[in-house]
Ligand binder design. Structure first.
Ligand SMILES: [Zn+2]
Length: 102
């Protein structure tokens, strides 16, 4: 794949992620803060019991296909970084079903 094609794929992936974040209101599911308020990008948090193909942010930076990224985002909730970390710890305490990896 040429460098130009790769850059184009990455740009499409980035646009798909931005559209999904906007569709969800651009805020953390838990605290309602925006990236402007926290100074950090929102993170896609895989729900317990889902099958994780990859981190959404990494898939975007790798320029994976838009349908693959959309399928991955559909398994996730949108959280700020601190709430993503907190909910992860709470799931361990609660014995929530793990995120499965392929
Ligand atoms: Zn939050």
């Amino acid at each position: 794949m040429s460098a130009k094609t790769q850059a184009n794929r990455r740009e499409k992936a980035r646009a798909a992620k931005a559209a999904e974040i906007a569709h969800r209101g651009g805020r953390c599911l838990d605290c309602g803060k925006t990236p402007q308020e926290t100074g950090r990008p929102l993170e896609f948090d895989h729900r317990p019991g889902t099958v994780k193909v990859g981190e959404v942010a990494r898939m975007v930076s790798e320029g994976r296909s838009v349908p693959k990224i959309e399928a991955e985002m559909a398994k996730c909730d949108l959280r700020c970084q601190p709430d993503h970390a907190d909910v992860g710890k709470q799931r361990i305490i609660d014995g929530a079903p793990p995120v499965l990896r392929v």
